[in-house]
Design a protein around this ligand. Structure first.
Ligand code: NAP
Length: 349
């Protein structure tokens, strides 16, 4: 006879969620620890579906760990908001970002990865028997090991009234929103590869694309710089930032107040949309004090590795990579995290 410890899993909870029921029928195992019976729902939970999460899922699924993967709200991660990816090995003609991520998800699913289409809000660790409790909007899931691949979210300037304007003329995704701004002037903020990529993409629609950069040198790769600086529709505005957003009577953004970063001089620019491309903030808060983070919020791992300070908790991709932040380096980290998790689980049993 099986007795269920109510503090971990009740019959009501099981019956209330068809997916949880199916999941437990498939993979419920019992474990004796500290003199009590506990249910181990999952061997491995992977959080996030960028290149790191999908690659971890492919490797873990092929190792028969049957990983449970939480997709997060942005299924496929940041690459689903880009157009052409030209530097992912194996695609000499380039590949569309959403297509690349869809292929990865298919590959993970083919080997037995299972997906939950939800955001994870927290990860905790039980002292005894040392399982992780992963909480999402639908409830709590237990796993012996967890890989965090939650990536990073677009950074904004933090100006007054900014939040209300997001989706009303302020966005961080040209691929998503660019086509709404046909034959009108727009601007992109930033000087990195993302800003250049966004600016180039927007030339398909906008009448003019201003590229606002706080310095007078782009940080982007040489090839992107050349494309941007040679494009007739793109006008860089150097040493310039946004001091304030201007909102029209309809509640939509209608312009920005510019500030010269050297002289402090203010001026006005009429644009229908601002595309923010000033980097990303790592999504590491869900792990609380189970992980150490650097001053920017990136999860600190063992030297060059994927192990956090908590045994059994791994991190991969942009959430733990302040330096490279490439799709291919994230995929490599996902692979290493899955192999480390496999090793950890083998040593547990
Ligand atoms: P990034 O390289 O960190 O560039 C961020 C840009 O935003 C910088 O130019 C920075 O200015 C500016 N910035 C940051 N905070 C700002 C603020 N508060 N106000 C105004 N400007 C601000 O970020 P990214 O462009 O998103 O690229 C991230 C990584 O992904 C990079 O490694 C990049 O190479 C890679 N990536 C590659 C591709 C591709 O190969 N197709 C496409 C996109 C991204 P400063 O220059 O003055 O610091």
């Amino acid at each position: 006879m099986i007795s269920i410890n109510k503090s971990i899993l009740s019959v009501d909870e099981l019956l209330s969620n068809a997916f949880t029921l199916e999941k437990n029928v498939e993979s419920l195992q019992t474990r004796l620890h500290c003199g009590r019976i506990h249910f181990v729902d999952e061997k491995l939970i992977i959080i996030g579906t960028g290149p790191a999460g999908y690659t971890a899922a492919i490797y873990a699924a092929r190792a028969d760990l049957k990983p449970l993967v939480f997709t997060g709200g942005q299924i496929g991660g940041q690459l689903t908001t880009t157009t052409e990816v030209e530097n992912f090995p194996g695609f000499p003609e380039g590949i569309n970002g959403p297509d690349l991520m869809f292929n990865m998800s298919q590959q993970a699913e083919k080997f037995g990865a299972r997906f939950v289409y939800e955001d994870v809000v927290s990860i905790a660790r039980e002292e005894c028997p040392g399982m992780f409790v992963v909480t999402s909007s639908s409830g709590a899931y237990k796993a012996a090991a967890v890989i965090i691949c939650t990536g990073a979210a677009a950074r904004y300037l933090g100006l007054d009234g900014e939040r209300e304007l997001i989706g009303h003329g302020l966005t961080a995704c040209a691929t998503c929103d660019g086509s709404f701004y046909r034959d009108v002037p727009v601007c992109v903020v930033g000087g990195g590869d993302s800003a250049c990529e966004e600016a180039l993409f927007l030339t398909r629609f906008a009448s003019k694309v201003y590229l606002l950069h706080r310095r007078d040198t782009l940080r982007a790769s040489a090839v992107m710089q050349q494309r941007v600086l040679n494009h007739e529709k793109i006008q860089p505005i150097w040493n310039t930032g946004i001091a304030a957003y201007r909102k029209g009577e309809n509640g939509e953004l209608c312009g920005v107040q510019l500030k010269d970063t050297k002289t402090g001089e203010l001026s006005e620019l009429e644009v229908q949309c601002v595309f923010m491309a000033i980097g990303h903030v790592p999504n590491s808060k869900l792990a609380g004090n189970l992980v150490d983070v650097d001053p920017a919020g990136f999860i600190r791992c063992s030297e060059g590795g994927v192990k956090t300070k908590t045994p059994g908790l791994f991190a991969a991709g942009d959430v733990a990579d302040p330096v490279y932040r490439q799709a291919i380096s994230a995929a490599g980290m996902g692979c290493r995290a899955a192999l480390e998790a496999q090793h950890y689980l083998t040593n547990l049993s």
